[in-house]
Design a protein around this ligand. Sequence first.
Ligand SMILES: [Zn+2]
Length: 264
Amino acid sequence: MKFFISADIEGTTGCLNWDYTMGKSREYEIQKEIMTQEVLSCVKALTKVHPDCEILIKDAHHYGNNLDIRIFPKNCKIIRGWSHKPHSMVQELNETFDAILFIGYHNAATMSSTPLSHSFNGSKFQRMRLNEEICSEFLFNYSIALHYGVPTILLTGDMGICEEVRKKDSSIHTVYTYEGVGESIITKTPESVYDEIYQATIQAAKNIKKISPTKKPYTLQIQYKKHTDCLKASNYPGSRMLDSVTLSLSANNILELEKAFLFL
Ligand SMILES: [Zn+2]
């Protein structure tokens, strides 16, 4: 068995604000440890159910060097940094994987379920929609996995993104880490979340259903924070400005769209 884990930090336990996500702060040092332990809980459970499995982990936050690689077992490989290829947070994902799992994910830009809600470039994009749905990083990456016929079996993150995920596909196991209230969060403890991730991954890994690839057209709508960014992006072939800050672009499938997204 081959598993792919994409790991972010904003939806990990106790992640309150941007101080916890980057820089030289003590908060970030602690949060990296929590992120590492959450991914490790998932790895331990996958390996318990499938002792011969291979696990590829994309460290998919900021500079891509958050995880403490020293404590992961031999059956893991970890992708650090950014390739600048279109898959980005799911770099190297392809049809050879049996399932994908998302750890530490967060709700989409403009959603109120976490103080840290954003979609990809938070300083540039006000809101994104993918085929009319408000687009989180999860929805985008999930769509790439669908293209390859790789089932998503688990997601952990803030309570709001977990609800969105279950609406999308009720077969995906979710573990919520905290509930956002304005600029505050009501967080579970790491001890409780590590255990819940382990148990949920065990359940998810025992019951993996094969799915066929879904290759379909997508339309991405991006609402920019600055009208000048929208105007600049509108030079991309095939894109269309809907108003001074909103751009629309359609593609035959998600792989074509994600390539274009690199330039928007
Ligand atoms: Zn992040």
